[in-house]
Design a protein around this ligand. Structure first.
Ligand SMILES: Nc1nc2c(ncn2[C@@H]2O[C@H](COP(=O)(O)OP(=O)(O)OP(=O)(O)O)[C@@H](O)[C@H]2O)c(=O)[nH]1
Ligand SMILES: [Mg+2]
Length: 202
């Protein structure tokens, strides 16, 4: 595995907090060419490539994230295993058991220049939930750098997000905008369920 240089500001030495390590499996979903592989590549290696090379089958990457929880006196290290899949429904049906089994969180990716990639997420999320159960989901609306080609906005995204009770973030794997944020936020969401810290809303 590569040694990953973190750009998340995860400085954590000598904090005096109790350290705890948690393993988390994150799966990316979404149509072909929305930028799933590019988001992972940006997050893990801080690199981007304009060429499109479709993912054959699935690929697994790793990244560590440090999340301080001073209120609980904890500093949690999340060992993230990030699963990438080819965005084709035929492949999904073939691979879904192995791909989604044991997943702790889902990063659902849409391309801001193709509205269909957003509406298709419905189907992807349904398929995921059937195998992995109800787990935290975050939506990344990717390619925000392509300003002239934007096809939809908050209205459409918030509708989908509401249906699955998920937050959403606009990202660009190309510029790196909000990429760290989306993975970190999903990490925090999975942590809540894994640590059993979820509290009912008042
Ligand atoms: N401008 C721009 N292009 C992007 C961005 N993210 C990805 N791309 C491009 O979109 C194309 C597809 O990206 P991938 O990351 O391979 O997409 P994918 O979802 O993994 O595709 P499959 O593996 O086929 O399912 C590539 O040419 C990328 O360079 C982005 O944020 N901005
Ligand atoms: Mg890919």
């Amino acid at each position: 595995m590569e040694s990953n240089s973190s750009d998340q500001g995860d400085s954590s030495q000598s904090s005096g907090l109790k350290k705890k390590t948690i393993k988390t499996k994150i799966c990316l979903i979404g149509e072909k060419a929305v930028g799933k592989t590019s988001l992972i590549r940006r997050y893990v290696l801080n690199m981007f490539d304009d060429r499109y090379i479709t993912t054959i089958g699935t690929k697994v990457s790793k990244k560590e994230v440090i999340i301080p929880r001073p209120d609980e006196g904890l500093e949690v290290q999340i060992d993230m295993t990030i699963w990438d899949i080819m965005g084709e429904k035929g492949f999904r049906e073939l691979l879904k058991e192995a791909y989604f089994y044991g997943a702790n969180g889902i990063l659902a990716v849409a391309d801001i220049t193709r509205e269909k990639s957003l509406s298709d997420l419905d189907d992807w999320i349904d398929s995921t939930i059937k195998i992995a159960g109800t787990i935290p989901i975050i939506i990344a609306v990717n390619k925000t750098d392509l300003e002239g080609a934007i096809q939809y906005g908050d209205k459409e995204v918030s509708q989908l997000a509401k249906a699955f009770n998920s937050p959403y973030i606009y990202t660009s794997a190309k510029t790196g905008d909000k990429v760290g944020e989306v993975f970190k936020k999903l990490g925090e969401m999975t942590l809540e369920t894994q640590l059993g810290l979820s509290e009912p809303e008042e």
